[in-house]
Write a protein that binds this ligand. Structure first.
Ligand code: OFO
Length: 170
């Protein structure tokens, strides 16, 4: 029998990943309509990555004999980005990733308390991933702060972002 506490924690996390995927997806769509082709592609790709984070967790829970429950009632806030800037958007993503990191750290902590070393080992990938995710969103945020409202700068950044990558392999 899969440890109940661990199972509950992992299921909560996989639903957070689902929510993350929706968040990046909705932002990608909004940014695309604003004409930022590179930034929207980055966000669409990232939405897919978040979905992959979720799938990895689903398959692990199944492998351990757990029962996955997907939250079909994701209450992500109504996405009205009309009045926010790119800076605010990436600030929100940075805060989001920091929050996810806290949750992953907490899960690692629980896996140690429960002496579930399989899960502890499984979560190492997520720890490494979060270091990259935080660093990447922070780097983008810093660049956008630097550019400010300069239209040429934003245009060039939109081209530049196509080459941004994380170091961590999937
Ligand atoms: Fe953005 O790393 Fe998963 O949630």
């Amino acid at each position: 029998m899969f440890n109940e506490k661990i199972q509950t924690g992992l299921i909560k996390q996989l639903n957070r990943e689902l929510k993350s995927s929706q968040l990046y997806l909705s932002m990608a769509s909004w940014v695309e309509k604003k004409g930022f082709e590179g930034i929207s592609q980055f966000l669409y790709d990232h939405s897919n990555e978040e979905r992959m984070h979720m799938l990895k967790l689903i398959r692990y829970v199944n492998k351990r004999g757990g029962d996955v429950i997907l939250d079909n009632n994701i209450s992500y806030k109504k996405i009205i980005y009309n009045n926010i800037s790119l800076k605010e958007l990436f600030q929100e993503l940075f805060e989001h990733e920091k929050e996810i990191s806290k949750k992953i750290n907490n899960l690692v902590d629980i896996s140690l308390q429960e002496k579930d070393y399989f899960t502890y080992n499984f979560l190492q990938w997520y720890l490494e991933e979060q270091v990259e995710e935080e660093a990447l969103t922070k780097m983008i945020l810093d660049k956008i702060k630097l550019i400010g409202e300069d239209k040429v700068g934003l245009y060039l950044f939109d081209q530049d972002i196509k080459h941004f990558q994380k170091k961590h392999n999937k």
